[in-house]
Ligand binder design. Structure first.
Ligand SMILES: Nc1ncnc2c1ncn2[C@@H]1O[C@H](COP(=O)(O)OP(=O)(O)OP(=O)(O)O)[C@@H](O)[C@H]1O
Ligand SMILES: [Mg+2]
Length: 143
């Protein structure tokens, strides 16, 4: 398992959340944070004097996913969060040893992230299932 920590511009949160849901992430935690990157914040003029704002508001998204989803998740975040301007953010990836679902005690990797009894779908990528479910919903709402 890997944890992705994505620090993004706050107004991009919805787009990034939707992009991650589309590929079937299992859950996420979102925090309002402040930070700076290599430009060290920005300079502002106040009453004629220039001063530096060190910390700019950002949003941090944390999501723990299976290793095989990392590339797709990184692409989804990049595509959704990119404005092409400085301060678009960063993604940090680290290894996660263990996850435990409190309610069931499910532990380890996959079983703690997703939960399907007697897993007949386990070899089907979750993103495919999500997209299929969305398609069914769309078709049934049209019909
Ligand atoms: N090395 C770092 N460690 C921890 N947090 C970081 C680091 N670099 C950036 N961040 C966080 O990511 C936010 C966005 O960084 P930012 O996009 O400005 O990175 P950058 O390297 O300066 O790239 P760019 O040149 O595109 O601005 C920062 O405000 C900070 O919260
Ligand atoms: Mg920067």
């Amino acid at each position: 398992m890997k944890k992705l920590e994505a620090i993004i511009k706050p107004f991009k949160l919805d787009e990034v959340k939707e992009a991650l849901q589309e590929i079937g992430v299992y859950g996420m935690t979102v925090t309002e944070v402040k930070g700076f990157g290599r430009q060290k914040g920005r300079t502002e003029l106040h009453k004629g004097a220039e001063y530096i704002i060190d910390f700019l508001p950002k949003v941090k998204i944390e999501t723990v996913i299976e290793d095989k989803m990392v590339d797709r998740a990184v692409e989804a975040i990049r595509k959704a969060a990119n404005t092409g301007r400085i301060g678009d953010g960063k993604i940090f990836i680290s290894s996660v040893e263990k996850a435990i679902r409190i309610r069931t005690g499910d532990t380890g990797g996959r079983s703690a992230l997703i939960h399907r009894p007697a897993n007949i779908f386990s070899d089907i990528p979750l993103g495919f299932l999500v997209n299929t479910a969305n398609l069914c919903r769309a078709v049934s709402s049209v019909g």
